[in-house]
Design a protein around this ligand. Structure first.
Ligand SMILES: *Cc1c(COP(=O)(O)O)cnc(C)c1O
Length: 388
């Protein structure tokens, strides 16, 4: 058996060794607390589950769904975008379901990149922004997100060669892993840049509903001209505690969505209609209260973590969105990975090394807030007592 060269091109899975160590520790009876993965610990809101239960019992949902998605799902997404973001979408051409944002983001690489093409990718970023282009035989060109620029890429610094070959640009605000929000004017800059270089912008909107301190995140599509140059991938995973359901939508530029549809009809067979009906229930205005209550829980956990880190002398900015705290690695460690390994060995807490999200993530670590309060409190107590 010989795997494809394509598979050999992607870097080894950075968490594999970590997972092995955690499993060994647990087998030895050590109480390991994982603050690694971002996967909501709270169940999907009851009204969504109830809608899905009814939908699953209805035989009309049991057959192959259409790739375009149910009319009521597309209309629910359009209504949500109008209500929430002030963005008008045509449910017939500008909305399509996706089997999670991950599927959509990966497949956009297949739909828009040929060998020699480039995808400009936020670094640090969601790993698929770099692995996707590589797997389809193209290239990812990192756009560094650094603290002194508020974790926003410097578009002027993008190399001429990369501008010329770029077909896609991946952005994500509120941002995983840095927790940054988009500053005023940046999306406008992106629209100008994309127009000038004929680039399709893919805004990964996984966290617009997960925000704190009164901050309300915009849609990229609310930017004038954005619909001409871009699409947004809206995921229900994080804001509605639906990671396991695989429910997302791609919205925006109709031509781009048409190409995605053309590709997908050869790859998968659409989203289970009961899942789409769960999505309809999720996007109803009545769910806003559930989302707000969830955000209050995360805000409390965020404060708990940031207070503990500050008490330990770590300089940390409490994020206004996402389910992550991004903090600098203390002095004296060769790398973020070395620090994270030290934390695991000394106090049995799993945190993510920034380098796992791209070269510019080096020097930072990420804590996920998706752990029950008592366990999170126990973990931060352990971190506080940790001697470097
Ligand atoms: C969690 C996450 C995703 C994955 O979303 P799914 O809809 O569950 O595939 C995509 N992008 C970012 C930035 C994420 O944090």
């Amino acid at each position: 058996m010989r795997p494809s060269k394509r598979l050999d091109r992607i870097p080894p899975y950075l968490f594999a060794e970590l997972e092995r160590k955690v499993a060994a520790k647990r087998a030895a009876g050590v109480d390991v607390i994982s603050l690694g993965i971002g996967d909501p610990d709270t169940p999907t809101y009851p009204a969504i589950v109830e809608a899905a239960q009814r939908a699953v019992a209805d035989p009309s949902t049991h057959q192959y769904p259409s790739h375009r998605g149910r009319q009521d799902f597309r209309e629910a997404v359009a209504a949500f975008y109008s209500r929430r973001f002030g963005v008008t979408l045509d449910p017939d051409g500008e909305v399509m379901p996706a089997i999670g944002a991950k599927e959509c983001i990966f497949n956009l690489n297949l739909a828009f990149l040929d060998p020699g093409d480039v995808a400009l990718a936020a670094d640090p970023g969601y790993p698929v922004y770099a692995a996707g282009p590589t797997l389809v035989g193209a290239e990812a060109a990192p756009m560094p997100l650094v603290p002194k620029r508020g974790f926003v890429p410097d578009l002027d610094a993008i190399a001429l060669d990369h501008r010329a070959r770029a077909r896609l640009m991946y952005l994500n605000y509120p941002n995983n892993p840095t927790g940054a929000i988009v500053p005023d004017g940046f999306f406008e800059e992106v629209v100008d840049f994309a127009r000038a270089h004929d680039i399709l912008v893919v805004h990964d909107n996984a966290y617009s509903e997960t925000t704190y301190d009164g901050y309300v995140a915009p849609s990229f599509l609310a930017t004038p001209g954005a619909g001409e140059v871009g699409v947004e991938v809206f995921s229900l995973s994080k804001g509605y505690n639906m990671t396991g359901w695989r429910c997302a939508a791609i919205v925006g530029n109709a031509e781009a969505i048409g190409q995605y549809w053309r590709l997908k009809s050869n790859i998968d067979s659409g989203n289970f209609e009961a899942v789409q009906l769960a999505g309809v229930a999720a996007l109803a205005p009545e769910r806003d209260a559930d989302v707000q209550a969830m955000n209050a829980v995360y805000a409390r956990r965020r404060d708990l973590v940031c207070d503990a880190l500050r008490a330990a002398g770590v300089e940390v900015t409490p994020p206004k969105g996402t389910i992550y705290v991004w903090a600098p690695v203390p002095e004296g460690f060769a790398s973020a990975a070395a620090y994270c390994e030290h934390v695991l060995e000394q106090v049995a807490v799993v945190i993510s090394p920034g380098g796992a999200y791209g070269a510019s993530g080096e020097g930072f670590f990420r804590i996920s807030l998706t752990t029950p309060d008592d366990r999170l409190l126990e973990a931060v107590e352990r971190l506080r007592t940790l001697e470097a």
